[in-house]
Design a protein around this ligand. Structure first.
Ligand code: GCU
Length: 418
């Protein structure tokens, strides 16, 4: 490359990383009114949980479904589960390992994905954390028997993935994000799936789950239909179809980090079988309030990831004030089930304060059921978790999943999952 081109390239990539146009100034957050979870679109006030369920929950749900994440177009024709590998003495005798092939069929087209499941030896009825991983099941553990995914993988220097294909070299390179030993020692299991096996994370609707549902000649979902986040949420529910029938599993808590935290929240809202939901640094389109326009905005996310949401969400790019809902109402859809929203103080792009406030505004609905929410007097003091039915922590440090996060999730899960 010639020097001028190198300079231009360097400027563009650093500009992309720094997102200089993003607002990180609290005084520049626009004044906005927070849509009240307890006032219907027609202006009626909701005073109890029955009214919430009958009148308000459905209209909010339908709004998120049609205008934000997008509708699942139809039912599958068939699905199947097959345990393709099992070891009752895995991870130095601490765990039973199963790898389950899930097959989904529609219109004579099919898609397969693998669940990696570890269950603790000695707990015949274990709660399980279910969460997607970013680069393949073999990255979350050093265990040499975990099958390496052969579907498209985003290249990654950290994970040593090139040519969009995972190989042996990436085995165990993400163990830092998965406290598997700690889960097992505390009597919890882990189920994980590589999210790319449901829908490869690129702006291309020709592959992945969406393509199974197309009519003749169709190349992408219709305007109000699902983007990738809704497809990933759907995949979590298909994993749940297997897990709920495993007699050694008591409860499933769905977990996700960042874009996968957005998917975990939508899965929690769409599927009441999840006993608890954890959003780790999910940010814009996840737990954070959109109307604050702090860090990543709807315009940014629709621009950088045009495939994540339904096409109809694009009309809210740079027009957050016209949205009749906000993300606290997504959180409220999970009530009264336990919900953990976790932020990191240096994760400015995800608007950590916006995630906290969102949890506060969702609390009204939890309170209708007599459950503890995050109250308006609660604070988001760094490294001081609040562990009620709604739980929250503002961790010190960056956008990531750390041992600290898992310590809190496990402590919190003890209060409801066993
Ligand atoms: C990008 C994106 C975020 C997302 C994150 C991630 O930063 O803008 O919305 O949460 O990727 O998934 O890591």
């Amino acid at each position: 490359m010639r020097p001028l081109l190198i300079l231009l390239f360097a400027l563009t990539t650093s500009a992309l990383k720094a997102q200089p146009q993003a607002n990180y100034d609290e005084t520049k957050v626009p004044k906005f009114s927070v849509p009240d979870p307890l006032t219907t679109f027609g202006g009626e006030t909701i005073t109890d949980s029955l009214q919430w369920e009958e009148k308000r929950k459905l209209e909010i749900y339908q709004f998120f479904e049609k205008q934000i994440y997008g509708k699942v177009p139809a039912l599958l024709d068939e699905y199947s589960f097959k345990v393709i590998e099992q070891d009752n003495n895995a991870l130095d005798g601490k765990a039973q390992r199963k790898q389950i092939a899930v097959g989904l069929k529609k219109n004579d087209r099919s898609l397969n994905f693998n669940i990696l499941l570890y269950l603790p030896i000695g707990n015949e009825n274990a709660p399980v954390f279910l969460g997607y991983n970013f680069h393949g099941n073999h990255t979350v553990t050093d265990d040499p028997n975990v099958i390496i995914t052969d579907v498209w993988n985003e290249n990654s220097k950290d994970l040593q993935i090139t040519d969009n294909k995972a190989t042996e070299t990436s085995r165990g390179l993400r163990t830092n994000r998965w406290a598997i030993d700690k889960m097992l020692d505390n009597g919890y299991g882990l189920a994980t799936v590589y999210y790319g096996e449901i829908d490869p994370d690129k702006n291309d609707f020709s592959d992945g789950l969406h393509s199974l549902f197309y009519d003749e000649g169709q190349t992408k979902p219709k305007t109000n239909e699902w983007g990738s986040i809704a497809a990933w949420a759907f995949g979590l529910s298909r994993a749940m179809d297997y897990l709920e029938n495993d007699t050694n599993i008591s409860n499933v808590i769905v977990f996700g980090h960042s874009r996968l935290g957005k998917a975990a929240l939508w899965a929690g809202a769409t599927d009441p079988r999840f006993a608890g939901v954890i959003s780790n640094n999910s940010g814009c389109g996840g737990a954070a309030l959109s109307k604050r326009k702090y860090g990543e905005t709807i315009g940014d996310i629709n621009n950088s990831f045009p495939h994540w949401f339904s096409e109809s969400f694009k009309k809210y790019s740079n027009r957050e004030e016209t949205l009749p809902v906000d993300q606290h109402q997504l959180l409220a859809l999970i009530a009264p089930r336990p919900l953990y929203v976790a932020s990191a103080i240096e994760d400015e792009w995800a608007d950590p304060l916006g995630e906290f406030i969102s949890a506060q505004y969702a609390s009204k609905v939890y309170e209708l059921y007599g459950k503890e929410g995050i109250t308006l007097t609660d604070t988001h003091e760094v490294d001081h978790p609040i562990l009620g039915t709604m739980a929250y922590h503002m961790r010190s440090g960056k956008h990531d999943v750390l041992e600290y996060d898992w310590d809190q999730y496990i402590t919190w899960a003890e209060t409801f999952a066993k």
